[in-house]
Design a protein around this ligand. Structure first.
Ligand code: NAD
Length: 499
């Protein structure tokens, strides 16, 4: 597809076309601040077409043996490897993260496809002979039906691939709605899936915002919704989807704490914190956005940390491979993040490294914000309560581990948390007590791999079954429990079925 300011196509029943819509959202290269494509904002009519295509393809796909579905996913995995660099470049261009980060985005997605290739094993059921004399019982997993996936902007490759590879492996048909801000990588991912031999109608793409999402949430034929995005929208998706009889998994925002104990290895703590806070310009649900220092750790940590942060080279990732941090997604988001830094300053925090005034004279239209450290943040400040989702590291100082854990556990979120320490006792206490679904011990960003659940808690996740791993398989299947008994012919007596 030639994306240059062109309308981004939908994919319905095996056909790519740009729908006629009243409104569009511009897709930008954030490094240059230039519009590179226009996303059509679809409504219920396009969603209806996508559902009809899913419906028509559903029976045949559900009857396709898991091993045949897996063969298509194996071919897909090979195509993803062949086009790996092209996909990473697409991520960098529409999102602004560095090419190295974009490669991680694609690689983590490919790992979900690899996991989904195990469909015949993953879909095996359970059985027990003789639950009573001559009676057996077993459980099989069957597809849920038509599923839909609604994605955020910050992982244009990974988040869609959290969803459709597992849904398809389980025999469902699927409607993907990428973020309207970064739809191009999703389109390319599905072009490759088509090339891998996925039958028409099994996966369809629609584009848009609230109107499109509402049409998905309320459509009576859609049985399951996967969502990843901000917490208020995740809550809305969960409530609306479940009210309309669907199963919903809705991952939300986060506020992730990186504890640094006085006995920590400070070299690794600094490297880990820089990566955790400023990787992808802080636009990660697993960003380590707050350093929580205990006792004298703050004074030991701050000088080398500030030095490392000042050395980060911010640049146009789409044309300068030496940049180690890119822009944020939009001018509007840059203003929001800068405003939160200013609010912290007004409420009494101390800005140690200030990225608000970064100048990029060669790229004046790019959405740049320099890396920032805000020290002496208190729990009652706006910047401590809201998800910042930008290149900003808060520092909160505590006298002891106990009071720091108490503060962290008061957040409404519960995505990730980690601790840097050499003490097994402190690490155990932290893991046991911290109110967070994903924990790192001397690991800055503990994002689980494809075969583990992405296990957010509280306002970081609404639902029961998380994305990825076995929980992902459970989400995309329904269990059927059969109790078997066979009578000996003519006798009305029980005999074993294998006789
Ligand atoms: P967002 O909530 O603004 O948008 C996510 C999706 O919801 C988009 O597809 C968008 O079109 C749709 N949407 C937006 N507003 C809507 C509304 N009012 N009604 C219905 N649909 C709506 O999120 P974003 O800014 O694209 O992404 C960043 C957020 O995603 C951050 O909060 C980040 O923490 C979160 N995130 C969470 C995880 C996780 O696993 N927990 C992973 C990645 C991102």
């Amino acid at each position: 597809m030639n994306a240059k300011t062109a309308g981004v196509p939908v994919f319905i029943n095996g056909e790519w076309f740009v729908p006629q819509t009243d409104s569009h959202t511009p897709v930008c290269d954030p490094s240059l601040g230039e519009v590179i494509a226009q996303t059509p904002m679809c409504g219920p009519d396009i969603v209806d077409q996508a559902v009809a295509a899913c419906d028509a393809a559903a029976l045949d796909w559900a009857e396709t043996p898991p091993v045949e579905r897996a063969r298509i996913l194996f071919r897909y995995k090979m195509l993803l490897e062949d086009h790996f660099e092209e996909l990473a470049q697409s991520v960098t261009r529409e999102h602004g993260k560095t090419l190295t980060e974009a490669r991680g985005d694609v690689r983590r997605g490919v790992e979900v496809v690899e996991y989904a290739c195990g469909a015949p094993e993953l879909l095996k059921g359970e059985s027990l002979e003789n639950i009573a004399r001559g009676i057996d019982c077993d459980v099989i997993k069957q597809p849920v039906g038509i599923c839909a996936g609604i994605c955020p902007y910050n992982f244009p490759a990974l988040v869609p691939m959290w969803m459709y590879p597992l849904a398809l492996a389980c025999g469902n048909t699927f409607i993907l709605k990428p973020s309207e801000k970064v739809p191009l990588t999703g389109v390319r991912l599905i072009e490759l899936l088509q090339e891998a031999g996925l039958p028409k109608g099994v996966l369809n793409i629609v584009h848009g915002g609230k109107a499109c999402v509402d049409a998905l949430l309320t459509h009576p034929k859609i049985r399951a919704i996967s969502f990843v995005g901000s917490s208020p929208v995740a809550k809305y998706i969960f409530e609306t989807g479940t009210q309309h009889g669907k199963r919903v998994q809705a991952a939300g925002g986060a506020k992730n704490y990186v504890f640094v104990m006085p006995d920590a290895d400070f070299k690794h703590s600094v490297t880990g914190l820089v990566d955790a806070a400023f990787g992808c310009a802080g636009q990660r649900c697993m960003a380590g956005s707050t350093a929580v220092t205990i006792g004298p750790a703050a004074d030991k940590l701050l000088p080398p940390l500030a030095e490392a942060v000042r050395a980060i080279k911010v640049g146009p990732t789409s044309c300068d491979p030496t940049a180690n941090m890119g822009p944020v997604i939009s001018a509007q988001h840059r203003e929001k993040v800068a405003g939160l830094i200013t609010s912290g300053e007004k409420e009494g925090a101390h800005v140690v490294v200030d990225g608000r005034h970064l100048k990029m004279p060669d790229y004046p239209k790019g959405f740049y914000l320099g890396p920032t450290i805000v020290d002496k943040v208190r729990a009652d400040m706006t910047i401590a309560k809201e998800e910042v989702f930008g290149p900003v590291l808060n520092v909160m100082r505590f006298e002891d581990l106990e009071s720091a854990i108490e503060m962290a556990n008061r957040t409404i979120f519960g995505n990730g948390a980690c601790i840097y320490t050499q003490s097994g006792k402190a690490a155990r206490e932290f893991r046991h007590r911290i109110k967070s679904g994903m924990v790192g011990i001397n690991v800055g960003v503990p994002a689980p791999l494809a075969y583990f659940p992405f296990s957010g808690w509280d306002h970081s996740f609404f639902g029961d079954l998380h994305l990825q791993g076995r929980e992902g398989i459970m989400f995309y299947t329904r269990q059927k429990v059969t109790t078997w008994r066979w009578f000996r012919q003519g006798e009305g007596d029980i005999w074993h079925k294998e006789k």
